[in-house]
Design a protein around this ligand. Sequence first.
Ligand SMILES: C[S@@+](CC[C@H](N)C(=O)[O-])C[C@H]1O[C@@H](n2cnc3c(N)ncnc32)[C@H](O)[C@@H]1O
Length: 270
Amino acid sequence: MKPDRAKPPGSDGRGLAEPGFGIAGLRFADGLTRRPGCSTNRARSGMLRHLMQGGDRNQPELRPELFRRVDESPDPLFYREPRLVTHIDDATIEALTELYRELLPAGARVLDLMSSWVSHLPSEVRYARVAGLGMNRQELDRNPRLDERCVHDLNSDPELPYPDQSFDAVVNAVSVQYLIRPVEVFTSVRRVLSPGGLHLIATSHRLFPTKAVQVWQALGPEDRMRLLANYLERAGGYQRPELLDRSPAGADPLWVVVARRSDESLPGAA
Ligand SMILES: C[S@@+](CC[C@H](N)C(=O)[O-])C[C@H]1O[C@@H](n2cnc3c(N)ncnc32)[C@H](O)[C@@H]1O
């Protein structure tokens, strides 16, 4: 079921690899640290600052054009056919599985957001519940880790179809670049998380270029992490995120943003 490595990137259902990424890795030259977290107020620089013009100084505008895509047709068309391929190298999948092993305790209720036929969760760990939400029914049906499956287009409706505090962890693997309303989705993720629950967003350098939002394609890895931190800040109700570089040597990179839902109630909440 592995894609043919000899095929040009993009021809096997995987996204295109962007040249140069993953060679230098993440260098947080402005003092932004991977551990224990980052200040998202300081977390804008270079291209990201250039793109996020307008708005006030502390919270520049995320202009709608940043979320345009080459293919603006409804997502169900693009995801109509199942893609039973992996989207990152085996070593990168192993690194992600190891991170899940470290951060997701046995017995947790887990939502695999933007899920497909594989969830990368450690096979030996028993979770209380693993729900998967994605675009293709056949892919979800093939996923052996899922206890329940939901086909739901987050770009047409960013509200998650789950009650408040349904999950202890929401994971999103190599897919966040396809969200055109990410702040609304992150707000809804916060709602379905229990207090202290984990929102883990794993990214790499491959993508479907016609479906990834413009802002993602314009940024390098550091700024992409900052952009995700900024989505979390805008959504509100999260603790300061951690930015992790878990890239294995000689394989697709793995850059991860992890944030816990804070216990504090949001301003204006009942
Ligand atoms: C690159 S695949 C990654 C799949 C899986 N998370 C993995 O790690 O292999 C992108 C996934 O994002 C999901 N996706 C894309 N657009 C979506 C949307 N508008 N709403 C919900 N899911 C979406 C697709 O169903 C697809 O499974």
